[in-house]
Write a protein that binds this ligand. Structure first.
Ligand code: PMP
Length: 416
């Protein structure tokens, strides 16, 4: 077999399948209860609405346009509709500020490409969305820890980046019900983040993939809306907002969007021309058809189902987790984040689970840009029913409790 490694570009060396992905493959067995995935429940997809949309498109005058190449910015009626939706959450903009991508994941790749030269620094939360790290990794950046609301000075960030041979280019975060922790950055944290971004003169990438899935508590204004309010208009903002239809309508159509000031949009359009010309025309038409007729109703349906599952999971955690285990109490989204007793390893626990309790979760370390976080794990409630949650949390509790006992025994042995 050819030795490809020396032919591949250096950037490809950071594109690796994680060991966790390999472990999770072993868990795709029928007797496993899995909370590892973070995908929407297909039972909630608006399939009838999409059937109607495609049928209307194919039987109407739009069919030729739907099957044809289209503009790189995206389908104008969809961008108009999105501009209206954004206005409702304080992001006053026009279709000129909205750019359609093939899933917000593509947006993250483009933003990495647009901002990061090798050795530049991206600020990300510890932990952060794994897909964002994968997207940015291809551009060979360094990472530094973003702690919205924290007290690290701009000079520290600047000096760290300079020592590593580049400069800080953006702060990336999923501020609402984040993947993986389910936590939300409060208003104070968002304001402080914008101040930090001002002082560093960097972009802020607001990943809003879960923003519309709030089940309780008061909505916190999007970072971009705060940026618009203080700067006096979208053209003066440094925030780049990434939206997605994947968690509300359906991920298979691969339609997401970016909202930004026009100089950023213009660059993204050039990138898209080079990458894939435009996102699927027909899928954009179908999304516009479904969203403009019943987006709010669909969001309400999805929220009702997920919030009941979240409640069931929080109740089961309370019931079954042993002393020393902590978890987040998300007000929305799809994830709960567990912190295991110090010294326990999430990946080792998953390996044990394959042999014993057969419950699947994602060990937390992969979400940390610095490889820390070994004693954490992510569980998702989005595709689980209440019986699964009850049984699964019982198993997980037993698994953690057994690991605690083993660790104690090992410690005792080591001390002797
Ligand atoms: N951001 C976050 C935080 C996510 O969890 C996901 C999907 N897992 C994405 C972006 C990408 O979503 P999509 O490309 O389907 O819009």
């Amino acid at each position: 077999m050819l030795d490809w490694e020396h032919i591949f570009a250096t950037r490809s060396s950071r594109m690796k399948a994680s060991e966790i992905r390999e472990l999770l493959k072993l868990l795709e067995q029928p007797d496993i209860i899995s909370f590892a995935g973070g995908i929407p429940d297909p039972a909630l997809f608006p399939d009838e609405e999409f059937k109607q949309a495609y049928s209307d498109i194919f039987s109407g005058p739009q069919v030729n346009a739907a099957l044809q190449y289209s503009v790189s910015e995206g389908y104008k009626p969809l961008r108009d509709w999105l501009a209206g939706e954004m206005g409702k959450i304080g992001i006053e903009c026009t279709a000129e500020n909205v750019f359609i991508v093939s899933g917000s994941q593509q947006g993250l790749d483009y933003l990495g490409k647009l901002f990061l030269s090798p050795k530049d620094t991206a600020l990300v939360t510890w932990p952060t969305y794994l897909g964002a790290l994968s997207a940015f990794n291809a551009y060979e950046p360094n990472y530094d820890q973003l702690n919205p609301g924290g007290n690290r000075t701009p000079a520290t960030y600047r000096d760290n980046a300079a020592k590593l041979g580049g400069s800080v280019k953006f702060a990336y975060l999923s501020a609402d019900f984040s993947n993986p922790t389910g936590e939300t950055v409060d208003l104070e944290g968002r304001k402080k983040l914008l101040e930090l971004a001002d002082e560093l003169d960097i972009a802020v990438i607001e990943d809003a993939a879960y923003q519309s899935l709030r089940y309780d508590g008061e909505p916190v204004p999007p970072i971009m809306s705060l940026d618009i309010a203080r700067s006096g208009g979208i053209e003066k903002t440094r925030t780049i907002y990434c939206g997605s239809f994947s968690k509300t309508l359906a991920p298979g159509l691969r339609v997401g969007w970016i909202v930004a000031s026009t100089p950023v949009i213009r660059k993204l359009v050039l990138m898209k021309q080079a990458a894939d010309l435009h996102s699927s025309t027909i899928n954009q038409l179908a999304i516009e058809h479904v969203a403009s007729r019943g987006f709010d109703k669909q969001v309400a349906k999805v929220k009702a189902a997920y919030s009941a599952r979240r409640d069931a999971m929080l109740a089961a955690l309370e019931k079954y987790m042993p002393e020393g285990t902590r978890w987040t109490k998300p007000e929305g989204g799809m994830f709960i984040w567990l912190t295991l007793p110090e010294g326990m390893d999430g990946a080792a626990l998953l390996a044990k689970s394959i042999a014993t309790e057969k419950v699947a979760f994602v060990p937390g370390r992969a979400f940390y840009a610095d490889g820390s976080g070994a004693n954490t794990l992510r569980i998702s409630f989005s595709c689980a029913n209440e019986a699964m949650i009850e049984e699964g949390m019982k198993r997980l509790g037993r698994l953690i409790a057994a690991a605690q006992v083993n660790e104690l025994t090992n410690e005792t042995i080591a001390a002797i």
